[in-house]
Design a protein around this ligand. Structure first.
Ligand code: SF4
Length: 288
C-alpha cells in the first residue's frame, strides 16, 4: 500500500509519535515509496532503524532487539469450554460462511441478552496482521462493526503506520462478540465465563486467517488470548514476544486507553515496532 509522505507524517502525528523511522541503509528510499509497507517491514529484522527528526524520546529499536532476542514462548492454554457450550458451538471446522451466522444467532452466554448486534469482525480474511480487542462498546453494538468512533480512528492510524488498513492485510476482531455492560449500562470487561464461551469463535477466525502476527489491544485481550491469569501485570505483557499456537503475539495498549492517556502513544509505537520485527524472526525460526 502506498502512502504519501504527508499522510505518513500525519498518521504518526495522530499516534502521538514524532520521529519517522526509516531504514538506515535505505538512504534512497523516499517516503512516497511506502516506508512501512509490510513487505519492507519484513526486512527489518537485522536492520537498525533511526529517527530522522530531532523529536526526542522514544527508546529505539535496539532496545526492541534485546526484547525480541528473548522470545517468550507462552503456549496458549486451551481454555476449557463448558460442554454445553461446545454442543452449540461446533466451530472448529466451520468455514467463514458457516461461522458468521452462528455467531449472529449465538446465545451461549448472557451477553446475548443486551446486544443490538453481534460484532463478528472485519477486514482481510487472509490478513498478515490480526488486531484483537476486548469486546464491542456502545457504538460497535449499534453498528455491528469493531472499533468505530475515535478509538477506531486511532487504530486505523496505528494500522496505517504499519502500511496496512482495514481490509488490506489487516483483520480486526474482539475476544467477545457481544457488548459487556455493567448494571448502569456502561462498558465493562467480559467475565472469565463470557470469554470462555466466546473464545472458540476467535480461535476459529485465527485458524481461518492464519495471520503472521497478532496484536492484542489491551490487557483483557492479551490475557484472554494467551490463557493467562486476569491479574497478570501489564508489565509482564508488553515488551515481550508471546506466541499463540506458533503465531507471534504482541500486547499493547487499547486505543481507547491511548485516547485518555496520549503520553503512552509512544510506547504503543514501540510495541508496533516489536510486532513488525517479529514477522521475519518467527518465519525464520519456524523454517529452521
Ligand atoms: S458474547 Fe460470544 S458467546 Fe456470548 S452470546 Fe455473544 S457471541 Fe455468543
Amino acid at each position: 500500500m502506498l502512502m504519501q509522505s504527508n499522510d505518513y507524517s500525519r498518521v504518526l502525528y495522530e499516534m502521538g509519535v514524532g520521529p519517522l523511522w526509516v531504514l538506515r541503509q535505505a538512504e534512497a528510499l523516499t517516503l512516497t515509496e511506502a516506508p512501512m509497507s509490510s513487505t519492507e517491514t519484513a526486512s527489518l529484522s537485522s536492520d537498525v532503524v533511526e529517527a530522522v527528526t530531532d523529536t526526542p524520546a522514544i527508546p529505539d529499536i535496539p532496545q526492541a532487539d534485546a526484547l525480541v532476542s528473548v522470545v517468550v514462548s507462552v503456549p496458549a492454554k486451551e481454555i476449557a469450554v463448558p460442554e454445553e457450550n461446545l454442543a452449540v458451538l461446533p466451530v472448529h471446522s466451520m468455514s467463514w460462511e458457516e461461522l458468521q451466522p452462528v455467531v449472529e444467532s449465538c446465545r451461549a452466554c448472557g451477553l446475548c441478552q443486551g446486544r443490538k448486534k453481534t460484532v463478528f469482525g472485519t477486514g482481510d480474511r487472509q490478513a498478515k496482521w490480526l488486531f484483537v480487542g476486548e469486546g464491542p462498546g456502545y457504538n460497535e453494538n449499534l453498528q455491528g462493526l469493531p472499533f468505530v468512533g475515535a478509538a477506531g480512528q486511532l487504530l486505523d492510524n496505528m494500522m496505517k503506520s504499519l502500511g496496512v488498513q482495514r481490509g488490506d492485510q489487516a483483520y480486526i476482531a474482539n475476544i467477545v462478540k457481544c457488548r459487556p455492560t455493567d448494571q448502569q449500562g456502561k462498558d465493562r470487561p467480559p467475565t472469565a465465563d463470557e470469554v470462555a464461551a466466546c473464545l472458540p469463535y476467535l480461535h476459529r477466525q485465527i485458524e481461518l486467517i492464519a495471520p503472521q502476527v497478532i496484536v492484542a489491544l489491551g490487557k483483557t485481550a492479551a490475557v484472554s488470548l494467551l490463557g493467562l491469569d486476569m491479574e497478570t501485570p501489564v508489565g509482564q505483557l508488553r515488551g515481550k514476544l508471546h506466541q499463540f499456537k506458533g503465531i507471534p503475539v504482541v500486547a499493547t495498549y487499547h486505543p481507547a486507553y491511548l485516547l485518555r492517556k496520549p503520553a503512552d502513544k509512544s510506547k504503543a509505537w514501540i510495541d508496533l515496532c516489536l510486532a513488525m520485527k517479529s514477522l521475519p524472526i518467527i518465519s525464520a525460526s519456524s523454517a529452521s
